[in-house]
Design a protein around this ligand. Structure first.
Ligand code: ZN
Length: 133
């Protein structure tokens, strides 16, 4: 079951510059920063109420975020939802005809297992589902 919007991911070219920008916007420092080698990104999270904003920068030119930036520039990259059981949701979504980027969840930022749905099957929006480890 989808529970809530966990966060909105924003792809940025220069994480440090964007952390300064969004710190000015929100009037506070990020709550959490983290390198996620598995996804070749570094991230900064700002908690806003019960969800958060994730700034994400690719750490090498071939990472998916770096390729997104090259094609589309900076901006909203993905919307992430918390689910109860990520394995079960992946099976359900696959059965419902959605195109999965990965069949198995991976280790994402902030202690979550994550998996992505291809934007081709979701009206152009990259959807992330996540479950707390
Ligand atoms: Zn995310």
């Amino acid at each position: 079951m989808f529970n809530k919007v966990s966060h909105i991911g924003i792809a940025v070219k220069d994480l440090q510059a964007s952390v300064e920008l969004f710190s000015r916007l929100f009037g506070k420092a990020p709550d959490h920063t983290e390198d996620v080698p598995d996804q070749r990104v570094k991230t900064a999270f700002f908690t806003i109420g019960s969800s958060s904003i994730e700034l994400t920068q690719g750490t090498d030119v071939s990472s998916p975020v770096a390729r997104f930036l090259e094609k589309r520039g900076e901006g909203v990259h993905h919307v992430s939802f918390v689910v109860d059981n990520i394995e079960q949701e992946l099976a359900r979504l696959k059965g419902a005809g959605f195109q999965l980027i990965e069949d198995r969840p991976r280790v994402g930022a902030d202690g979550y297992l994550v998996a992505f749905l291809h934007p081709h099957s979701t009206n152009g929006v990259l959807i992330e589902i996540s479950q707390k480890m």
